[in-house]
Ligand binder design. Structure first.
Ligand code: XMP
Length: 178
């Protein structure tokens, strides 16, 4: 798996240090009480597990299955909600976690839906944000790292279902995508 990586963009130690900072910011910004956290599967799994263990407050953790990439390296332009049931968010403050902000379609669509479902407020946190114009007007409240507009894998992010368990964020060799 490591042999398929062209270069490491963000290594494990740097990610860990940044998560300490993000968790402190989240803890400082939210009013007391229980916070509902929505993890977007599967990409945000690793990020969420490491971030949320650093947030010492009552959390209700929910997951949502959405699809926008369908296994390739290009966004499909459409966001599908794949679950039969939507988490209960009415009258709650919600923190929405995703792996990466790219076109912005996913965060925009899920945020809208959370508001429609009665969330008091929706804040968003992403591990990565690509430095590019968004297709939808949305930015994350908490961003781990800004990266260039290139396809990345590792630390939850996949190419055709693989590489999610790499402990760092990296760029694939061209040969691994053919
Ligand atoms: P949008 O375009 O909706 O994209 O902001 C968000 C979702 O697209 C996936 N995505 C990526 N997945 N490497 C990946 O493995 C990437 O470089 C990448 N860029 C976008 C991801 O699932 C994210 O939630």
């Amino acid at each position: 798996m490591r042999n398929d990586i062209e270069r490491v963009l963000i290594d494990e130690a740097v990610i860990e240090k940044r998560l300490d900072g993000m968790a402190k910011d989240i803890e400082r910004d939210f009013p007391g009480g229980t916070l509902v956290v929505i993890i977007l599967l599967k990409g945000a799994l690793v990020f969420a597990a490491d971030l949320l263990r650093r947030v010492p407050r009552p959390l209700i953790i929910e997951c949502l299955n959405v699809a926008s990439y369908h296994g390739g390296t290009e966004s499909s332009g459409k966001v599908d909600f794949l679950d039969r049931h939507f988490p209960e968010v009415k009258d709650h403050h919600v923190l929405l976690l995703d792996d990466i902000l790219d076109t912005g379609r996913t965060l925009h669509a899920v945020r809208q839906r959370l508001i429609e479902e009665g969330a008091v407020a929706v804040h968003t946190a992403v591990l990565l944000a690509k430095d590019k114009p968004r297709a939808e007007e949305v930015e994350a409240d908490y961003v781990g790292f800004e990266i260039a507009d290139e396809f990345v894998v590792g630390y939850g992010l996949d190419y055709q279902g693989k590489y999610r368990n790499l402990p760092f964020v990296g760029v694939l060799k061209l040969s691994a995508t053919s």
